[in-house]
Write a protein that binds this ligand. Structure first.
Ligand code: F6P
Length: 256
């Protein structure tokens, strides 16, 4: 029955938070690998957390790409308290399709919440030269400063192989990821099971070390298939809050 289910999830949340070593885990029922509505439920939970974390003035929320954060945007509702909230993309181009890009998601969230947004226009796969000259541009510097001033970050986590393939990563990098046993991906960084960085996509915006200075970092990721990736990233990474689903949570508790 329903009460039993709620109780079981609360129990799982506490156990999983302990196993991952973070303060807050939120689990929605179901497995998003099999049912699309489960991803929407994670999205809904993500929007509620964002609202609760607002300071009420000069809030800056940085968002990443991916289908899960896209569903956070999809579930966002108009809120008069979000009028002054500024949404920014966490990092520049990571090789996603338009609908999964941080810029697109950021604009959608702001539009739905009736908040503000600023975008970051940089091509994917920057050369070292292009990167170094872009960060000198004054318009880029301004937006980078805003991004680094974010007080909340909401981001996705993916499986290393899935993400590398989705981004049409060159063969030599794919081989490196496989040889060095990359399992997780977040913010354009690929990690092994111990959280060592195996590879990083060169783009501007938030770098992993910047996240340590951001007060609230929320990860949203679910599906049994992502259990290993979520575990590897969360136990070693800077996120303190995780929104996940029963599919990923059960697998993490029992088999990772
Ligand atoms: O590419 C952006 C990104 O947030 C990645 O860092 C992450 O691995 C992926 O999207 C998650 O995508 P999805 O939610 O579609 O699994």
């Amino acid at each position: 029955d329903v009460m039993h289910e709620v109780f079981d999830l609360a129990d799982m949340e506490a156990k999983l938070a302990k196993k991952l070593g973070i303060s807050n885990v939120y689990i929605v029922p179901g497995d998003s690998d099999f049912f699309p509505w489960v991803k929407k439920e994670m999205g809904k939970k993500g929007t509620l957390l964002l609202k609760n974390l607002l300071k009420g003035e000069k809030d800056v929320i940085a968002v990443t790409g991916g289908t899960t954060i896209a569903s956070v945007a999809e579930m966002m509702e108009t809120d008069s308290e979000m009028q002054d909230t500024l949404f920014v993309p966490a990092r520049g181009g990571l090789g996603e399709q338009v609908e999964n890009q941080a810029n697109t998601i950021c604009a959608t969230m702001a539009r739905k919440a009736m908040g503000q947004y600023r975008l970051l226009h940089v091509p994917d796969q920057l050369s070292k030269e292009a990167h170094d000259s872009l960060i000198q541009e004054s318009s880029i510097r301004q937006i980078l400063e805003l991004i680094r001033s974010a007080n909340i970050v909401i981001h996705g986590i993916g499986q290393a192989k899935t993400m590398a393939e989705r981004r049409k990563t060159p063969e030599n990098i794919l081989n490196k990821l496989q040889d060095e046993q990359a399992v997780a991906e977040a913010f354009g960084y690929y990690f092994n099971h111990s959280g060592d960085i195996i590879h990083k996509v060169r783009t501007i915006g938030l770098q992993l070390e910047d996240l340590k200075h951001i007060p609230d970092v929320i990860a949203v990721a679910g599906g049994k298939s992502k259990a290993q990736a979520i575990y590897a990233y969360i136990t070693n990474g800077p996120s303190q809050m995780l929104v996940t689903d029963e599919g990923a949570a059960t697998e993490m508790l029992n088999n990772v």
